[in-house]
Design a protein around this ligand. Sequence first.
Ligand code: FE2
Length: 293
Amino acid sequence: MPYVTEDNLTDVVMERWKDIPDPRLRRIMQSLIRHLHGFVRDIEPTQAEWAAAIDWLTRTGKLCSEKRQEFVLASDVLGVSMLVDTINHRRPSAATPNTVEGPFHVPNAPAMADGGNMAQGAPGIPCFVTGKVHGLDGEPIAGAVLDLWQTDGEGLYEDQRDVKGPWMRGLYRTQADGSYVIRTVAPIAYTIPMDGTVGELMERTDISHMRPAHIHFAISAPGYHGLVTHLFQRGDEYIENDVVYAVKEPLIVDFVKRPPGKAPSGEMMATPFYEVKYDFVLAKRVEALAAAE
Ligand SMILES: [Fe+2]
């Protein structure tokens, strides 16, 4: 084995880390070492800078708990979460695009009737989301499950509210013709948590730490590739610079303001409300697999 020099060190390490029986792990570690060494050679950190980096990672780990995942947040703001999501959800271009799930999904949302209100008691402007779930050939998908979660009209998720029981989430099912009607309140833009190590880093940049107003959807139907996505409000001031890079053009929708009167659910509204229309397009599992190749 050659003694190490600045020039040969990367090669020496790469040679050592060839001894991994699992070919996938070997490929991952070889690429990691090559890129990490390249990064270090590029920036040539001082000892103090390297110690600061280790300290930042250490403090990031210590912030993580069952309720909080600061490493995921770091992955989000660096665009890595969306990159991994995009790589893993290559679909036919006509299908509704996927986005990251994010940290606020809570399993087992309450089942709602078609047109039911998942924002009972929540502050915000009433908002009706209607449309259909269909396949790539236009076939309606009956019985598709739409699992929704979002902020209330003050920008807070269930996890951030001191409430018992479900808050701003619900499970809807499409009708025989693939249609659905959801009653909620309009979400608003919100900031990512800024009181941790990611916030500390963001404060040293001019990068926005806001997410534009959005509603999260997880949609599933037998035989179809599951879809996790958002709908974003067109015109939101943060639509161009979502801090987690989740905005995709087909997911931007109009929140049309309607005067008091008959709502899409059939009920009479005494106050103005928003109406959002959106059709979700799911790929069959076989179609999604073909697009991924
Ligand atoms: Fe969100």
